[in-house]
Design a protein around this ligand. Structure first.
Ligand code: ATP
Length: 316
């Protein structure tokens, strides 16, 4: 692998009996947009906080650019920017004052700070808001300002913890365009998200469950790792159908997708044949069936619920 910027070696964090990060091993090359995915409480924020030197690992090591994330935590500060889930802007300072504050904290040379702030204001579309109090900005603008503050020292690595939660689709798109531009310019991005369309945009994603890293792969290969297409049924009425399918033998789960029931089953072909032979739900009208390609939501579902039966065991 070409020169990784992040390396985790058996990195662990325990809070009493809770193992938030369970012996994580991971290597992230420079320039990657890495999506760190997992259900609530899976251990994503804890891992980022260890990488940022904000919480001490219980055991194991993490390295950024070859420096230990705990013992060298003051030296690595200049190497990354961090947009936390609950970011800490100063609401009574203006947009420009916030940027100047973080610029000072990250020791951006005085002679360069003015130009850097102007570049960031333009990039984040915040020029018109430069003198507004940060506390008066909309949620989306606050998020963009938090990103600008994290980038004020032009770090080679950026950590973002659910940066788009609560943003409307236009601001989400704007933020991802910015991340792409940063990625193209060589910045490594480590991002957590619960939006699977965003996971799709990452160069690689890792799935974490109960503190364990289950897989790290490109979105394309993850989708290709399913052993078959997924069965979708158009049935009427669809909501009771979901409940009926979920308790049917051979079905792991069923979810609603665009008005149809998408079925997760270890052997969907046999299931379909069986249901075609004898439809076990007299109260439901079968209208149509189709085979659909798995998407990242399906990948997330399978990994977070532990439906390993859906994967082609010869693929990995
Ligand atoms: P979310 O998607 O909800 O943000 P997450 O994947 O970021 O979740 P973490 O916040 O890392 O998950 O939490 C992982 C586990 O560690 C959870 O069980 C959580 O309750 C526990 N945990 C996190 N921080 C602490 C703490 N300071 N003290 C005790 N337990 C903690």
């Amino acid at each position: 692998m070409p020169d990784p910027i992040i390396v985790l070696e058996n990195l662990r964090k325990a809070y009493g009996a809770t193992i938030a990060a369970n012996d994580l091993n991971l290597s992230i090359p420079r320039g990657e947009i890495f999506g760190f995915l997992g259900a609530n409480g899976a251990g994503k924020t804890t891992t980022i906080r260890m990488l940022c030197g904000l919480t001490r690992p219980t055991s194991g090591h993490g390295f950024i650019d070859g420096l230990d994330v705990w013992t060298d935590r003051y030296r690595i500060r200049s190497k990354f920017g961090y947009v936390a889930q609950k970011f800490s802007l100063y609401p009574d300072l203006t947009v420009t004052e916030n940027l100047a504050f973080f610029g000072g904290a990250f020791r951006v040379p005085r002679g360069e700070l003015g130009a850097r702030i102007e570049t960031l204001l333009a990039q984040m579309d915040l020029v018109g808001k430069r003198d507004a109090m940060a506390g008066s900005l909309s949620g989306g603008m606050k998020q963009l300002l938090a990103l600008a503050c994290a980038l004020v020292h032009d770090p080679p690595l950026l950590f973002l913890d659910e940066p788009t939660s609560g943003l409307d689709p236009v601001h989400r798109q704007q933020l991802w365009n910015l991340l792409y531009n940063l990625g193209h310019a060589g910045t490594t991005i480590f991002v957590t998200t619960h939006y699977m369309d965003e996971a799709e945009r990452c160069t690689e994603v890792g799935f974490v469950r109960e503190g364990r890293l289950l897989v790290k792969e490109t979105p394309r290969r993850l989708k290709a790792s399913f052993k078959s297409k997924l069965l979708e049924l158009e049935v009427d009425p669809v909501m009771p159908a979901l409940a009926a399918f979920r308790s049917a033998p051979g079905v792991l789960d069923a979810t609603l997708r665009s008005g149809h029931a998408r079925i997760y089953a270890a052997d969907p072909e046999s299931l379909l044949r069986e249901w075609q032979r004898e439809w076990p739900f007299p109260e439901l009208k079968w209208i149509h069936h189709a085979w659909v390609e798995p998407d990242m939501e399906d990948v997330f579902k399978a990994w977070s619920q532990g439906y390993t039966q859906l994967f082609d065991s010869t693929a990995s």
